[in-house]
Design a protein around this ligand. Structure first.
Ligand code: GAP
Length: 484
């Protein structure tokens, strides 16, 4: 479990310019978030780290950047038009719409906790709906939540569970809702112009598989990687950026000989763990969930969800799926073009199978924020700071003159600032308030080093460098600081 409260993170993120509600000035647009100056820097650092690790750092990976709008056949062939749905239920009193599994899941969890506390069953859980022999709430909850949640719960909803908005217990019939945002390309809105905002970046990779093979003819196994926006018309976006309607994915489709899919899968399990380490996530807060067949996406023959102890509880951080040849087979069938791969120098031809590590940027960012968030006591006051790994920190150095009304200190500080800025880019000038306040402000945004120019600097070209995590200060020669 996380010891950080979501409200503290949301409030710091807004106050200090990381993340704002989308369209805030007009009352917001649910499920959308805007990144402020520090948020965009953090997000880019995460995305660049990923690209460096999985694309530039390997010799079996090819990057692409496909269009978001794609031919509607892509989404028909992939199965998204027919099956990319979530269970939906309406309150008949106030017309609010909810994900059936969320409403049921939340209430089951509450009921389970209640049962544990008072040693007896809440009405909601009693009766013949399910057996309560197990001591594990997930045995019960799993039956009702997740992508294949049972929908025969309306009876239970009608009887027991109030609408979170109006309190009524009158629910409509549960149905399935397709989460793709539909649009038309061009001025004529007819069947043939229908397109969708992509709900996963993966299809932009699959549709370019043949292009990459024809241009580069890589040996198997090889991967194609892409980062970019994805859109899902989530029924109930919630928990800050965790479940948004517009978000970013970083996906790899790793093409393998079907005979060797298992070793490739294990390779990617290990790679994902290296990634979590690079993000600074504590290993004990990351958990592997072998997703049971009934809960897997329609294309997957094996899935591991990596879950993280977020402030909202243990939830999916990213997924690793064995997509077999499902997607390339569908493209071959619908386009009529061969997706077969010929092993060089042989007549061995087959449609490759695919291992897909799918990383969500927002969830990675939320996990980084939650892991970095710290409070301690300094001189009797509570200090909040973000202990980002240095390579992710939005600002690497803050530079200040000890006194801002001493032109000679300001001039020297500007000189140091300029040199560091040219080298690192992410360097902030900060001369507001006293030094103590500057340190607190920089701690809150996770700046690892604060550099202060004082009168001694003018004499011996040394500066004070104060470290965020330890609050220790040391005297360092400017030349040495620049070489760091
Ligand atoms: N191509 C496979 C795929 O899209 P997914 O499990 O639906 O699989 C992959 O999504 C990752 O994308 C998730 O593990 C999560 O990190 C992120 N993600 C999915 N839906 C999201 C949403 N509504 N808001 C934020 N991130 C989301």
């Amino acid at each position: 479990m996380s010891d950080v409260k979501l409200d503290d993170i949301v409030s710091l993120a807004k106050r200090r310019g990381f993340i704002y509600q989308g369209s805030d000035v007009y009352g917001g647009l649910s499920g959308t978030w805007d990144y402020g100056p520090l948020g965009v820097a953090l997000k880019r650092n995460i995305m660049q780290l990923w690209w460096k690790m999985f694309v530039d750092g390997r010799d079996d990976m090819y990057g692409v950047d496909a269009a978001i709008l794609m031919n509607q056949k892509v989404w028909q062939a992939s199965g998204h038009v027919d099956t990319f749905t979530d269970p939906l239920i309406d309150c008949r009193n106030c017309q609010s719409r909810f994900r059936t599994d969320h409403i049921v899941g939340d209430n089951l969890q509450k009921a389970w906790e209640y049962r544990k506390e008072v040693g007896e069953l809440d009405d909601v859980l009693s009766g013949s709906l399910f057996s309560l022999q197990s001591d594990d709430p997930s045995d019960v909850i799993n039956e009702y939540v997740g992508p294949n949640a049972r929908l025969d719960v309306v009876e239970m909803l009608n009887k027991k569970v109030p609408c979170p908005h109006c309190g009524s217990k009158k629910w409509g019939e549960p149905k399935q809702f397709n989460m793709m945002f539909k649009t038309n390309v061009g001025p004529v809105a007819d069947e043939s112009s229908i397109s969708y905002l992509r709900p996963e970046t993966a299809q932009g990779i699959f549709t370019n598989y043949k292009n990459v093979v024809d241009s580069f003819y890589p040996d198997l196994p090889f991967g194609i990687a892409q980062q970019g926006k994805a859109f899902r018309n989530e029924i109930s976006p919630r928990d800050f950026i965790f479940r948004s309607r517009e978000f970013e994915q970083m996906e790899i489709e790793y093409f393998v000989d079907p005979e060797h899919w298992q070793e490739a899968f294990e390779h990617w399990v290990a790679q994902c763990k290296e990634w979590f380490d690079a993000l600074g996530l504590p290993a004990e807060k990351v958990h592997e969930l072998e997703v049971p067949e009934d809960d897997r996406a329609h294309y997957s023959q094996r899935t591991i969800d990596f879950e993280f102890d977020f402030p909202i509880g243990r939830e999916e951080l990213m997924g690793l799926a064995y997509r077999t040849s499902f997607d390339l087979d569908n493209i071959q069938r619908v386009s009529g073009k061969s997706m077969e791969y010929t092993v060089k120098g042989t007549n061995n031809r087959f449609v490759p199978h695919v291992i897909e590590p799918s990383f969500g940027v927002e969830r990675a960012l939320m996990a980084v924020l939650a892991s970095a968030y710290r409070e301690d006591e300094q001189n009797g006051d509570t200090r909040t700071y973000l202990a980002f790994p240095e390579h992710l920190a939005p600002i690497k150095f803050a530079v200040s003159p000890l006194l801002k009304n001493k032109p000679e200190l300001v001039a020297k500080a500007r000189e140091v600032y300029q040199v560091l800025k040219t080298k690192h880019g992410a360097v902030m000038w900060d001369d507001n308030g006293n030094i103590g306040k500057r340190y607190r402000r920089q701690d809150e945004i996770g700046t690892p080093h604060c550099v202060v120019i004082d009168f001694q600097t003018l004499e011996d070209n040394t500066v004070t460098v104060r470290e965020r995590d330890t609050t220790e200060q040391s005297r360092i020669a400017i030349d040495e600081l620049i070489m760091r």
